[in-house]
Design a binder for this molecule. Structure first.
Ligand SMILES: Cc1cc2nc3c(=O)[nH]c(=O)nc-3n(C[C@H](O)[C@H](O)[C@H](O)COP(=O)(O)OP(=O)(O)OC[C@H]3O[C@@H](n4cnc5c(N)ncnc54)[C@H](O)[C@@H]3O)c2cc1C
Length: 359
């Protein structure tokens, strides 16, 4: 999957007095398999939705943790990889064209003064007002592990960028790229064309990338275009305006060295964090959202929880179970929004459902 702009783990917005930019019936927090299928089920009920995910791409755990591994227990699909499952779900929800807001974490969820609408805020500054919310947050928001070094707090925003996708900021700068995977190697090779200097920094002199990229890196090392530094950053130095000036590196022999730098691009890896969800005044049991199994509503009206994030007697963290939960939650939300019972219809025979599916 692509690895472009990640939500900055240090960003934290509050709703405060900032205006709402999107009004919608439903918001889904999490674009994992269950969040995606939630969008499909809502679409069948004629409910449009917005989906938000901290990752810059859809798919949650299957996309992030096991894209190439086979899954054998999806009904009707004897075998598919994690990535293929995500692609099939993407195709399935396409008739409903849910609005995707990727690379940003939902940090706030609270009820508006009118007691009905739910207000959400994200790390990218998006403000939404929804009539119902589906939390499909899995094992938490996938965000970059923050770097730890003395002085990082004194830096102005933008001086350290996690998993960036746009390298225009590299022009004329002395750059340190921290990381060892394909993205970090590719970033070093891209930045070398415009930066004043490029240093690729890792704990060991070992990089994981396709052979062609490693060959290109080796060539740039030999000509001195890319410098490889071994060690880790222990300290950063900023000027009076918070602009990065230098970093201190510690190598495996305990030796330190100082290096001039104007910009730090970091690929420290991604891990799930429950984050702000714990502050949303929803009933939790062992960091899972408590729901009832009739409608998968949480302890608050209009807020549902589906997939790995919820808990109830007999809960199993399986994709199949999340699909079932999303189906019942969509029926419940349709009744909640319309204020009347919703009849069961089959996609095989209902012209209304087929019309919504674009058939
Ligand atoms: C190695 C491995 C193999 C597996 N194999 C199988 C299998 O064979 N069969 C099976 O049924 N299950 C399998 N599972 C389990 C399966 O992947 C999970 O049950 C499934 O991914 C849960 O889907 P979900 O949508 O609930 O959550 P997730 O897939 O975890 O997706 C949640 C998404 O929500 C986002 N998110 C969370 N909080 C926020 C927030 N505040 N703001 C924005 N975004 C947020 C996250 O970034 C993430 O993308 C496997 C799991 C692993 C780790």
């Amino acid at each position: 999957m692509p690895t472009n702009g990640m939500a900055n783990p240090t960003n934290c917005n509050t709703l405060s007095a900032e205006p709402v930019s999107i009004h919608t019936d439903a918001v889904i927090i999490g674009a994992g398999p269950v969040g995606l299928f939630q969008a499909f089920q809502l679409g069948l009920h004629g409910i449009a939705c917005h989906i938000i995910d901290a990752l810059p791409y859809i798919g949650g755990q299957p996309a992030q943790l096991y894209p190439d591994k086979p899954i054998y227990d999806i009904p009707g699909i004897p075998c598919c990889t994690g990535l293929e499952l995500v692609q099939r779900l993407e195709q399935q929800i396409s008739p409903f064209a849910p609005a995707l807001h990727l690379g940003q974490q939902v940090t706030t969820l609270e009820r508006a003064a009118d007691k009905h609408r739910l207000l959400l805020g994200t790390t990218a500054g998006l403000r939404l007002a929804a009539r119902c919310v589906f939390i499909a947050a899995g094992v938490g928001a996938f965000v970059p592990r923050p770097l730890k070094a003395e002085g990082l707090d004194s830096l102005a925003p933008g001086q350290v960028q996690y998993h960036p996708s746009d390298f225009a900021c590299a022009s004329g700068q002395h750059i340190i790229i921290q990381g060892s995977d394909t993205s970090a190697v590719q970033a070093a090779l891209t930045c070398v064309q415009q930066a004043a200097s490029v240093t690729l920094l890792h704990r060991r002199d070992s990089f994981t990338a396709p052979p062609a990229l490693l060959d290109a890196l080796q060539q740039q090392r030999m000509t001195g275009q890319i410098h490889v530094a071994i060690g880790q950053i222990t300290r950063v130095q900023a000027d009076a305006h918070g602009k990065l000036r230098a970093v201190t590196l510690l190598d495996s022999n305990g030796q330190t060295q100082q290096m001039d730098a104007n910009l730090l691009l970091a690929w420290p890896g991604i891990s799930p964090r429950l984050g702000a969800l714990a502050n949303w005044e929803l009933r939790l049991d062992n960091k899972q959202l408590v729901v009832n199994t009739a409608d998968f509503q949480t302890s608050q009206a209009g807020i549902y929880a589906v997939g790995d994030i919820n808990t109830y007697p007999g809960k199993r963290k399986l994709i199949l179970c999340g699909f079932h939960e999303a189906t019942l939650a969509a029926f419940a939300a349709a009744e909640y929004l319309s204020g009347q019972p919703v009849a069961l219809q089959y996609t095989t025979s209902s012209t209304q459902l087929q019309k919504r599916l674009g058939i």
